[in-house]
Design a protein around this ligand. Structure first.
Ligand code: FMN
Length: 489
């Protein structure tokens, strides 16, 4: 039988929350090592993401003194109930999600930490970008996580126990800590979210348990009830007995010995980074818009390719934003030709554009012939235009749109969307472009042999840039975006 399971917060219970406050001492102990790595000092403002029952948050509150403050958030209300019993003037626990830090101001924390939390987070990049936002310049983030390269030794015993009961699964660790990271992925995560890594080490911690039931209690309460939930209670009992046999066969004088290999990672916020990208934005982003951007990154539809980590896939998603920010209208080109394989990739992205009713009313004339390019001078008399190694002309078919009388003609919109695909794809390939709408359509039709009824709508030169213009000014977020209803403050 093949195992599969999903993690749910709904499986937590009062009993599990209370047990965690006791068995969570193990996480508390390694959490103290993390806090020492982070060098938390008096007077600092600290955010504890995934604070659980508040053991570590209360400890950090004792380090930061009366002038400091620790905020703790956790999505499990029953654990926050217990954490609240430890609350004080300097420790404030509340229900909250790592994925949504919008309750906290930008640049308001010196330290953010996540102790044994990151391996539960499906959208690690989205979370770390938000952490970047709430950290002060040079602020620190630190976390501990299960290691992908060095699984917990319980995984080995569980695999044996499950196999002896006739179960197989994609990966037992995926059932326990589904989003654990390799050291390389930690580094990529820091880079992609605008942090400078200062430490990524794996520490091995040895635990001793009285018996198998204590092991299972530890795992159930640490996973808020998600331990082997893919199994029926009858099958869980069989696996418990098989696990007991495997563990007992390896008993040491101190008890049942298990080793946890944990990543301890620390990084500092890059001073120059605003949104974790290298686009070099001239001004800091408005904080509300910043959190909007963070949440859109969180929902990007970039899926890992075969054999690719989620973090690497997220880095590709980040690349889209960087390309958009890097694009400029280029009005000076080198004469170097554009490679055919690059051109093919750019045109493929153009072809994939969306359109109203999927009508795809576009045609493109891609001009590389130097004689024809020269003749296009009559259509738009700029040397940078007709001197570029490629000129692209985007044309539109007559509208077949109206299913409804009086419906809007989407032809020009559709053509513009596909040309924007071309322009962004070209930017990603290191090539320059410039939207050109001011040309003589009669000349273009004549020189390019465009048939009657098909309209030349927009053109762009395409080639390697011979200039690096600075970004042109844009309207502010406040001038452009209205939240919920039109408003001007
Ligand atoms: C539909 C459209 C038509 C344009 N037509 C021309 C044009 O005929 N000549 C030109 O030099 N730039 C043209 N541009 C480029 C704009 O001037 C340019 O995008 C704008 O100034 C912002 O600068 P940026 O592209 O470097 O960010 C056009 C842009 C668009 C979107």
């Amino acid at each position: 039988m093949v195992l599969s399971s999903t993690i749910s917060f709904d499986r937590d219970s009062r009993e599990l929350a209370e047990q965690y406050d006791v068995v969570g001492q193990r996480q508390f102990e390694h959490g103290k090592l993390l806090i020492s790595d982070l060098n938390v000092r008096p007077g600092q403002r600290v955010l504890d993401i995934g604070c659980g029952t508040g053991l570590l948050g209360a400890h950090v509150a004792s380090l930061i003194g009366p002038a400091g403050k620790v905020f703790g958030i956790d999505p499990l209300p029953l654990r926050i109930e217990i954490a609240s019993q430890k609350s004080s003037k300097t420790f404030e626990p509340a229900v909250g999600n790592a994925e949504d830090l919008s309750a906290f101001d930008a640049e308001s924390f010196d330290v953010v930490f996540l102790n044994s939390v990151v391996h539960w987070l499906p959208d690690q990049l989205g979370v770390f970008r938000q952490i970047n936002r709430v950290l002060k310049p040079n602020g620190k983030v630190g976390f501990t996580s299960a290691s992908k390269e060095h699984p917990h030794s319980l995984v080995h015993f569980l695999e044996l126990a499950l196999a002896s009961c006739g179960f197989s699964g994609p990966d037992v660790t995926a059932l326990t800590t589904p989003h654990r990271l390799s050291s390389e992925e930690v580094s990529a995560l820091f880079r992609a979210s605008g942090f400078r890594e200062t430490q990524v080490t794996v520490r091995t911690l040895t635990d001793h348990f009285r018996d198998v039931d204590e092991v299972i209690t530890f795992n159930r309460s640490s996973s808020f009830g998600n331990h082997l939930t893919a199994l029926s209670s009858k099958d869980q009992a069989h696996v418990r007995d098989a696990l007991a046999r495997e563990l007992e066969a390896n008993r040491t004088p101190q008890g049942l010995e298990l080793k946890r290999h944990l990543i301890f990672a620390v990084a500092e916020k890059e001073q120059t980074s605003c949104n974790g990208c290298s686009a070099g934005c001239p001004t800091p982003l408005h904080s509300e818009a910043q959190s909007y951007l963070d949440s859109s990154v969180a929902s990007l539809a970039v899926r890992p390719r075969v054999g690719e980590s989620a973090t690497a896939a997220c880095s590709r998603a980040t690349a889209v934003h960087e390309v958009i920010a890097a694009r400029r209208s280029i009005r000076k080109y080198k004469t170097d030709p554009v490679e055919e394989e690059k051109l093919a990739r750019i045109l493929e992205s153009t072809r994939l554009a969306p359109s109203a009713r999927n009508f795809q009313p576009w045609h493109y004339v891609v001009v590389t012939d130097p004689k024809i390019r020269q003749r296009l001078q009559r259509a738009h008399d700029s040397e940078w235009f007709y001197g570029a190694p490629v000129i692209v002309c985007a044309c539109g078919e007559p509208s077949r749109n109206p299913a409804r009388p009086g419906a809007r003609d989407y032809r020009d919109i559709d053509v513009s969307i596909s040309l924007d695909h071309l322009i962004l794809a070209a930017t990603a390939e290191g090539l320059g472009t410039c939207w050109v709408g001011a040309f003589d359509p009669v000349v273009v039709r004549e020189e390019l042999g465009i048939p009657e009824g098909i309209e030349p709508i927009l053109m762009t030169p395409l080639g390697y840039p011979d200039e690096a213009p600075t970004a042109r000014e844009r309207k502010s977020f406040e001038q452009v975006f209205h939240r919920n209803r039109w408003s001007h403050g």
